[in-house]
Write a protein that binds this ligand. Sequence first.
Ligand code: 3HC
Length: 692
Amino acid sequence: MAAITETVELEIRKEIALLIVDNPPVNALGISVRRGLADGIQKAADDEKVKAVIIICKGRTFFAGADIREFGKPLEEPVLGQVLEIIDSCRKPVVAAIHGTAFGGGLETALACHFRVAVSSARLGLPEVKLGLLPGAGGTQRLPRLIGPEKALKMITLGNPVGAEEALQNSLIDKIIEGDLTAGAVKFTETVIAEAWPLRRVSGMNEKVEAARGKPEIFSDFRKSIVRKTRGFEAPEACVKAVGASVNLPFDEGLRYERDLFVKLMSGSQSAAQQYYFFAERQVGKLPDIPKDTPYLDIGKAAVIGAGTMGGGITMNFVNAGIPVTLVETGQEFLDRGLGVIRKNYEITASKGKMSAEDVEKRMSLITGTLSLEDVSDADIVIEAVFENMDIKKEIFSRLDSICKKDAILASNTSYLDINEIAAMTSRQESVLGLHFFSPANVMRLLEIVRAEKISKTVLATSLALARKIKKIAVVVGVCHGFAGNRMFSQRGREADNLILEGALPSQVDKVIFDFGFPMGPFVLKDLIGIDLGWSKETSTGSTIKEILCEMGRFGLKSGSGYYRYEKGSRAPINDPEIDQLIVDFSEKKNIKRGEVSDEEILQRCIYPIVNEGAKILEEKIAVRPSDLDVIWVNGYGWPVYLGGPMFWADMVGLDTILEGLKKFQERFGDVWKPAPLIEKLVREGKGFKDF
Ligand code: 3HC
């Protein structure tokens, strides 16, 4: 065994050279790996004894891609494309032996090899598009040649990986190795040598791309199929164009075309935002005072109180992860309805072929419905998901304290309420916290973990581990009204409501926010959630547009009308002149002078206060870092990831510009617009949130 670089070793086994790479944690293709591969292939090529080469990685995975940390810096040679050219043109067979994830530049490396074998658990993909990029080392030219442009379009433009079985069916790999990968790869390579298989250079395989030539509908149909999903993103269209080049240009020209597109994307703001976001999501679970080795409790059994929309969704998260749940309701009718909704959700998934009928039954069998709170006594965690009412929650927690076993964690799924006050009802404040799931809880990935004052480190570490297990992105936040997400969100809601009284109409506000990149504007969203949330007939006084709409029975989409009208069975909002007039009349009644409001003002008034509130949240230490707030907004509120999140976006716009805007609005509307001292300080120091 000879070390070629600090991350690559060369081992000669009879006629086979093994290039063994060890660059933890994910064998990213940094400079020492690239150099090691290039030199290693050269050495093997020069060694007469060697008849073939295997590229294999140690640790948890094959190459997970280019080293993203090198992006934005001058790249040291050899760059990946040069290394892959050396592999491709090697006169001896080169075999990629894949385990874990062959992602991005990793899969591109495998594609430059002449053969590919993989263990059955391996996953292969080109996720560059999720970083605002396209595969820049030949992936867009080799993959269509190997698996055909139609399948390549999907893999490259959507960025989703395939498993080994599918890869085998698509000819992306040549064999699945059962048992030890090294032994299996060596055996495969021995056959290649013994039977003198000709080299299979993907760069020279033209049959599948030629078959697609003169069929532009392949691309136009595909573009149509992704138009909604990829609205606003630049990279997907570049991916489609690059795959188009594989069909219409010779390999080398296609490579140059791919390179040009890659460089353009790499220097753009979307890719910068998406790369930032990649690391933001990976940092979010790391807390300065909770080291990685903090002990945590095993959660083998859960209980959820309340089988409504939230409780049902939360229950599904647990059973999806194989954790049994006791689901508590106050009446049989509510319990049956809740269980029925859960079953229906699973059955819909099964009808789409994403789950078997057997799986549906298996998951349902993990749920035990009950009307007795006493039945939660053996749960390791209890999550209360009842109506947002402090008195009810306090009573439940006080009862839970006497029912639950000693170490059980007690969580409330409140969206606004003071967890410390709830915790104080128990004799185990160290075990009480908030777990704020977002609706629909079985779909939305965000989870705010609300760190109550007296929570123990073990309980916090347990909740972080649990979040990973139930596949949530958890952000730890402190206690305040609305925590981080809703507290920032309510700022936008306030301004949207003001704007329609001052002269804008819901459709104008919604268009500005939609065009910014959100999936929908604030009023379409209100219609979708239900305008009657938090409204009651008894206390309604018709003093806001919301109250008037509710009094008219216009609760939003569910009742067929709200700020907009809806055709039966359709979710598409239709402008309603009656409501526009109602708003105009309401302004007049309130003596609010209406005037034209520019789109620019709408945008600033809806987005700047989100940033300002975020800054206050950071000052108050409710959130650990600005990027945590960005993770909340991307995952919980539909902020477009190609704009990074509100705090990243504010840095991009320039904090001085934001500060100027806040001051301008403070003069017009008073101190709700007062700039956060943190923003003033950062601007004074010529810094941004990135320096926080
Ligand atoms: N470069 C640098 N660091 C990387 C990396 C990469 N490509 N991929 C992961 N890491 C780091 C993470 O930041 C994390 O670091 P930390 O421990 O300091 O926080 C560590 O590796 C472990 O990553 P995860 O926490 O994500 O571990 P998981 O086991 O959950 O996931 C993974 C592993 C599936 C490989 C996931 O990390 C992943 O999807 N990585 C990115 C893959 C990717 O996007 N590849 C394409 C890169 S661009 C490219 O190749 C361009 C080319 O076409 C020229």
